[in-house]
Design a protein around this ligand. Structure first.
Ligand code: BTN
Length: 246
């Protein structure tokens, strides 16, 4: 299917614009040089300088005659798409997919910092998945970040890569055009291979205790076992745990 690209100078949020454009197009990417109300996960905001970063949303209107993927598969797909675009520039050894879908890269100091965030939203009609919006923000040419995030965020420019947000968009556009949103299993397997969290030790921030990741369920939730008392917990949120990516 031909994919449309629609670009705006300024928008509130490309995810919000994508919701409007789903009335017109079935598969498209909307980009903006700047977002005035960029949205992050958990009602956080996503801010960045004008024209320096990639702010984009993929809109997918599902055909009601065809089976859709499970909603969580689109979230995994978003991580795979962004990972593929970033590794067109950076060597894969420098890039990590942090559970469930933040993309981290090794800074010059050696720690891993966030270069990309993904916000996936769905529109349901009753219990039928009608459309999906995969919002992707990639830090490209920004050379400084606000104090609150300057030690945890990073851009390609800060790593010494001279690419523009338009270059990254062109990579992403090709990757999305070729991506097959068809098999939950294949998408899960590819995501699972990249996230590599099974068997890792994680710290649960709510009790500051250590756990082992025993299992990753098909919907992306983690089964973790306490290293102190073998109790089991289920985790569906990357912000509730801390772990080493290496
Ligand atoms: C996160 O919290 O990590 C997710 C951030 C997602 C940001 C992107 S930027 C393009 C798209 N439009 C938005 O308003 N948010 C997403």
């Amino acid at each position: 299917m031909n994919m449309k690209h629609i670009h705006f100078d300024i928008l509130n949020s490309t995810n919000e614009q994508a919701k409007l454009m789903l009335n017109e197009y079935d598969k498209f990417i909307v980009t903006a040089d700047m977002q005035m109300g960029g949205k992050g996960r958990k009602n956080r905001s996503w801010v960045g300088e004008k024209g320096k970063n990639l702010y984009c949303s993929i809109g997918l209107k599902h055909k009601y005659t065809e089976r859709t993927l499970e909603p969580h598969s689109y979230q995994f797909a978003g991580a795979l798409l962004a990972y593929k675009a970033i590794t067109r520039v950076l060597p894969a050894g420098e890039v990590r997919l942090k559970f469930p879908n933040d993309i981290m890269v090794r800074s010059k100091k050696g720690d891993f910092r966030k270069i990309c965030g993904i916000l996936t939203e769905h529109i349901f009609y009753g219990n039928m998945l009608q459309s999906t919006i995969i919002g992707i923000g990639i830090n490209v040419e920004q050379s400084e970040f606000p104090d609150e995030v300057k030690d945890i965020a990073i851009s390609l420019k800060q790593l010494g890569y001279e690419v523009t947000s338009n270059d990254i968009f062109n990579f992403l556009f090709d990757i999305v055009s070729e991506f097959r949103f068809e098999s939950d299993e294949k998408i899960f397997d590819a995501w699972h291979d990249l996230v590599q969290i099974e068997g890792k030790e994680v710290t649960l921030l709510s009790d500051n205790k250590k756990y082992l990741v025993k299992n990753v369920f098909d919907d992306g939730r983690l089964e973790i076992e306490s290293l102190s008392d073998t109790s089991i917990k289920i985790i569906d949120d990357g912000d509730s745990i801390r772990y080493e990516y290496d």
